[in-house]
Write a new protein. Structure first.
Length: 137
């Protein structure tokens, strides 16, 4: 497991984020649009302590593997990224603008995110249960 640190914490915070194009429209028909999407995510994420470790997608959705710092607010990152990427991609890629009908949002309002990596939950549960609590006096 790759650990990161700040002055006050040692951590490994990894997340799987999935975002879907509104109405599952086929917006990303060129690889260049997905590559630009990664650049936008990196630009939006860096100031918020979020790094894009992996990113790929299909015409109607994208997957990200994110690393975050403890201070990172993932919902703020997602909202800022949706806004910036919608604006930039519709301006730079005519097919994205066409699929989003120009005035409509590019992204579905919902998204999926979960923590990933590290030990499975059951292993952690057993480890915590096996800790030696102090004797009651």
């Amino acid at each position: 497991m790759e650990l990161e640190s700040t002055r006050n914490a040692v951590f490994s915070l990894k997340y799987h984020l999935i975002m879907v194009v509104k109405y599952r429209r086929k917006a990303f028909v060129r690889l260049a649009a997905l590559e630009r999407l990664r650049e936008i995510a990196t630009t939006v994420g860096e100031p918020q302590g979020i790094r894009i470790d992996e990113m790929n997608g299909e015409a109607d959705h994208v997957h990200f593997l994110l690393s975050a710092k403890p201070r990172s607010e993932l919902s703020k990152f997602v909202n800022a990224f949706k806004s910036a990427s919608s604006r930039v991609l519709k301006r730079e890629f005519p097919e994205v603008a066409k699929s989003a009908f120009l005035r409509e949002a590019l992204w579905s309002p919902s998204y999926f995110i979960c923590s990933v990596g590290g030990a499975p939950i059951e292993v952690l549960r057993r480890y915590i249960e096996q800790q030696k609590a102090p004797e009651a006096h």
